[in-house]
Ligand binder design. Structure first.
Ligand code: ZN
Ligand code: ZN
Ligand code: ZN
Length: 235
């Protein structure tokens, strides 16, 4: 009996906004106690051998020629059929390496499929979870979930050196490259909140008299939004 993962039926993971350019599969043969059918094994290994010949990469020096592996596997089958009293259960899983093109970069996704499995999962680098889709963020992390800076529109994750976080004052999502951490508290905030200034008496009377009859009013603006802070008045 054979548990088999056919390369043609693999549903691989998704790299968001990328396109898969190449998928290389290497069978992983597992031997266990049991009673195999030599004929099925022959069929399976020939099936893989032919897919090897179709799938070899054009200009890649570092890949081992898969024909060698196929030949090694096939010779093993011949060995097995000679030894009549040896009974093993064979499962053929896959090691898969995919090459994706995303934003001009070539990205590799690697995953393994156990014998009989067809749904490929990849590791989220931020959480360690196995997921069906990853995005590549600004710093090159492959992660399930990213946070987008509202200012530069780039994606970051928790592993990033300059991640997008809510502005400490107004909560708009801003990355560390687009935010500043000025004195006296050095807390990261968006451009509008860095530029907060107190309204003059005349401005207050014109625009904010109704909102803040007694307290101070701070205002700041940037390309995305305006922030108005109104001091709460006692009573
Ligand atoms: Zn940003
Ligand atoms: Zn990241
Ligand atoms: Zn802000």
């Amino acid at each position: 009996m054979i548990a088999l993962t056919d390369p043609d039926t693999v549903r691989g993971p998704i790299l968001v906004d990328g396109s898969m350019r190449q998928r290389l599969t290497t069978p992983v043969v597992e031997e266990q106690q049991g009673a195999p059918s030599d004929r099925l094994l022959q069929i399976a290994l020939h099936r893989f051998a032919s897919s090897f010949e179709r799938g070899h990469p054009p200009e890649d020096q570092e890949e081992q020629p898969p024909q060698e592996l196929a030949a090694a596997l096939l010779s093993k089958v011949d060995e097995l059929s000679d030894i009549r009293d040896r009974r093993v259960l064979i499962g053929i899983g896959l090691q898969v390496e995919e090459r994706w093109l995303q934003a001009g970069s070539l990205i590799r996704l690697r995953y393994e499929l156990a014998p009989g499995d067809h749904e490929g999962l990849v590791l989220c680098e931020a959480t360690g979870a196995m997921v069906t889709a990853v995005s590549r963020d600004r710093e090159g992390h492959l992660v399930a979930t990213t946070t987008t800076c509202r200012y530069c529109r780039t994606d970051t994750c928790g592993l990033c050196v300059a991640p997008a976080r809510p502005c400490a004052v107004c909560q708009i999502l801003v990355c560390s490259r687009c935010s500043s951490s000025p004195e006296p508290d050095y807390v990261a905030r968006c451009p509008a909140c860095v530029g907060l200034r107190r309204l003059s008496w005349v401005e207050r009377r014109r625009f904010h008299g109704m909102l803040a009859p007694g307290g101070r009013v701070l205002v700041g603006h940037d390309a995305l939004h305006g922030v108005t802070l109104i001091e709460a008045t006692a009573g």
